[in-house]
Ligand binder design. Structure first.
Ligand SMILES: [Zn+2]
Length: 423
């Protein structure tokens, strides 16, 4: 029985990986439609032959890797359950102490470490690719340090959340999903509040913007947009990556505007201002709160489904996994599996909503700056620097893109320019 299951899982995964490989490396077309050849949306007009080739190559590998990483994670959870490892981890933790405050973190540590080791080759491969194509510039030791920081943050936060969750499952057998959801609101708000001041600085140094003239311009823009920020932060990403970014993060008194130093180093001031206007657009249109509400809505559905499905899974396979009930901490990999599958299923919808918000932010930015050339310049430089695919194939767009594709963004700008010139 067990042997048969393992064979099916390996077979299923191999077929999936083969399909994705063929799709990305042979069937899918990364080219630009005939109608846009020679326009600002055609990468051939702003990338060299070599850059074009590298970006296509890099995109294929990178996408392949991220596509196989998802079911790989599911297989790990199934393996941890099927081979009875989850039970072993729990018994080992209980052997150290019977106290929940020891058992939960210890169990989470073992489970996280096991998963981390198994997924490390994929992580390492992804990093090597990024280094090979000149995006990631971080030393191996620096990268490992960041990996360790996120490993321990993950263990700490997961222990806290899971400790509370399993206490709720034990106490409210039929309503734990509702109780857990009620606690999510203050938890998410708290995390959003501390993120920019507690979590982010663990990875990077944040300083006030070195270019005072630019800071002045950004703050002027923030004032026009009614954003109560009085400082712009610069983060030293240039020692880690060639990619660029800028964002508005945090809530309440911790709200801040952040700019990666790579963005400033590689873009002209008017281009930086366009990027900033886009970020401010998110803030002005309340996308942050929209996301929060969306996250709460989907978690309510997700938690309810998890409650229904987890019970069913334990009744069906609990015996062979050595798990007696949902309240048994050893059922956690089943819960993780459910959450991961559900978020994968929901992702095309979530991404479509996100792409819509990004279009709005682009429109806001262009209305605010009225500088189409700066917008085009920033998008093109962004594309070249991260070797982004301008026109990703169908599956990549719908399963991975939270932003419109670069081609769509550049076409939008092109249309805007045409319309304003016509007026
Ligand atoms: Zn955005």
């Amino acid at each position: 029985m067990m042997k048969k299951r393992i064979t099916w899982i390996i077979l299923g995964f191999s077929i999936y990986a083969l399909f994705m490989g063929l799709y990305l490396f042979s069937w899918a077309d990364f080219g630009v439609p005939e109608a846009y050849k020679g326009t600002a949306a055609d990468p051939a007009t702003f990338m060299t032959e070599r850059e074009l080739q590298l970006s296509e190559e890099y995109s294929r590998y990178r996408n392949f890797l991220s596509f196989i990483a998802i079911p790989f994670e599911w297989i790990i959870y199934l393996g941890v359950l099927g081979f009875g490892l989850s039970k072993v981890f729990k018994q080992f933790s209980e052997g150290i102490s019977k106290k929940k405050i020891v058992v939960v973190p210890l169990y989470i540590l073992l489970l996280t470490a096991f998963t981390w080791v198994l997924t490390f080759p994929l992580q390492y491969w992804a990093r090597s690719l990024s280094v090979k194509y000149g995006i990631n510039t971080q030393s191996f030791s620096g990268w490992m340090k960041d990996e360790m920081v996120s490993f321990w943050i993950n263990v700490g936060l997961t222990s806290l959340v899971i400790g509370v969750l399993y206490a709720l499952i034990k106490r409210f057998k039929k309503k734990w999903w509702l109780a857990a959801w009620g606690l999510m609101i203050p938890y998410l708000a708290f995390m959003m509040y501390i993120q920019p001041v507690v979590i982010d600085p663990l990875y990077n140094d944040f300083t006030s913007l070195s270019d005072k003239e630019l800071e002045e311009q950004i703050l002027d823009m923030a004032e026009t947009a009614d954003i109560p920020a009085n400082r712009v932060f610069e983060v030293n990403m240039s020692e880690k990556t060639n990619a660029m970014n800028a964002y508005v993060s945090g809530i309440g008194s911790n709200l801040r505007i952040v700019l990666w130093d790579t963005t400033m180093n590689k873009l002209d001031d008017d281009e930086v201002l366009f990027i900033m206007a886009h970020e401010m657009g998110h803030y002005v249109m309340n996308h942050l709160y929209g996301n929060l509400i969306g996250a709460l809505g989907t978690s309510l559905i997700g938690l309810y489904l998890a409650y229904r499905l987890l019970g069913g899974m334990i009744r069906k396979w609990g015996k062979s996994w050595g798990i007696s009930s949902e309240a048994d901490l050893a059922s956690l990999p089943a819960l993780f599996l459910l959450f991961s599958v559900m978020s994968f299923v929901a992702s095309p919808v979530e991404l479509a909503i996100s792409r819509h918000a990004e279009v709005q932010a682009d429109e806001y930015a262009i209305e605010m700056t009225e500088d189409v050339d700066a917008a085009v310049g920033s998008f093109q430089t962004l594309t070249v620097n991260s070797l982004n695919e301008v026109n990703p194939p169908f599956l990549v767009k719908y399963l991975k893109y939270g932003h419109p594709t670069m081609m769509e963004r550049l076409i939008m700008l092109n249309d805007y320019k045409k319309n304003t010139q016509a007026e």
